[in-house]
Design a protein around this ligand. Structure first.
Ligand code: DX5
Ligand code: ZN
Length: 224
């Protein structure tokens, strides 16, 4: 099943509720929130208060992508603010297993994110305890970047590993997801599709979301 997760990074923050509602009407399944600390990535964005405000205006699950150093100290705070899914970067934590257990302890779905240069194989020992893997298809920090095509190989590898090991984690992709890339992404095996610029960058979020979902759904019919 395909799930579109609009990233509010490219939304107009002064009209956030209206923009999220529009994306929701267009079929969004999740709201993706990009949390950046200016250290792990070269940008600053939002924190727990924004998650708490978004929690009040939508019933969609909130997918919090933590691009921060030392995420363990913030996991309970994001869970309290209303996060449903929380992901940490493999590159940001020394004790990945512990971080994932902490997320689950707070009753959230637990995800691991890998940067473009991080091999899928680094997740080998924790694939059986995670709810989702988030494959970055741009270097994290900014919206509107160009899709890195090698990410398709990583998605396909994860889909194969999942099948071989009889696991059921979801595969999420983030960065450069747009009408011209979404078909290949879905055919490679991703099912949770984050899109910032393609939903909120221009035009009406409802229509943009509908177009992306239509293209993604058509591509599922062409999966190998
Ligand atoms: C980038 C963020 C993404 C970003 C994607 O660091 O993690 O979620 O919003 O933006 P687009 O879809 O514009 O590439
Ligand atoms: Zn993200």
């Amino acid at each position: 099943m395909i799930e579109l997760a609009p990233s509010i990074l490219s939304a107009d923050f002064a009209r956030l509720a209206e923009q999220i509602r529009s994306a929701e009407e267009g079929g969004a399944a999740l709201v993706h929130l990009d949390v950046m600390d200016g250290h792990f990535v070269p940008n600053l964005t939002i924190g727990p208060p924004v998650v708490a405000s978004v929690r009040k205006i939508t019933s969609l699950p909130l997918d919090c992508h933590l691009m921060i150093e030392k995420p363990d100290q913030f996991i309970p705070i994001f869970a309290d603010a209303g996060a449903d899914w929380i992901s940490v970067h493999q590159e940001a934590v020394p004790h990945l297993h512990r971080s994932l257990e902490l997320i689950k302890h707070h009753d959230c779905l637990a995800g691991v994110v890998i940067n473009p240069a991080t091999p899928v194989e680094t997740l080998s020992e924790i694939l059986d305890i995670i709810d989702y893997v988030l494959v970055m298809s741009v270097n994290p920090g900014f919206g509107g970047q160009k899709f890195i095509r090698h990410s398709l190989v990583k998605i396909a590898k994860l889909a194969t590993l999942r099948q071989q090991r009889g696991l059921n984690f979801r595969i999420e992709i983030d960065g450069g997801v747009a009408l011209d890339t979404i078909g290949d992404i879905v055919r490679a095996g991703a099912e949770v599709l984050v899109a910032g610029n393609a939903v909120f960058g221009s035009g009406n979020p409802k229509e943009q979301a509908q177009k992306l979902i239509k293209a993604a759904t058509e591509a599922t019919l062409q999966r190998a």
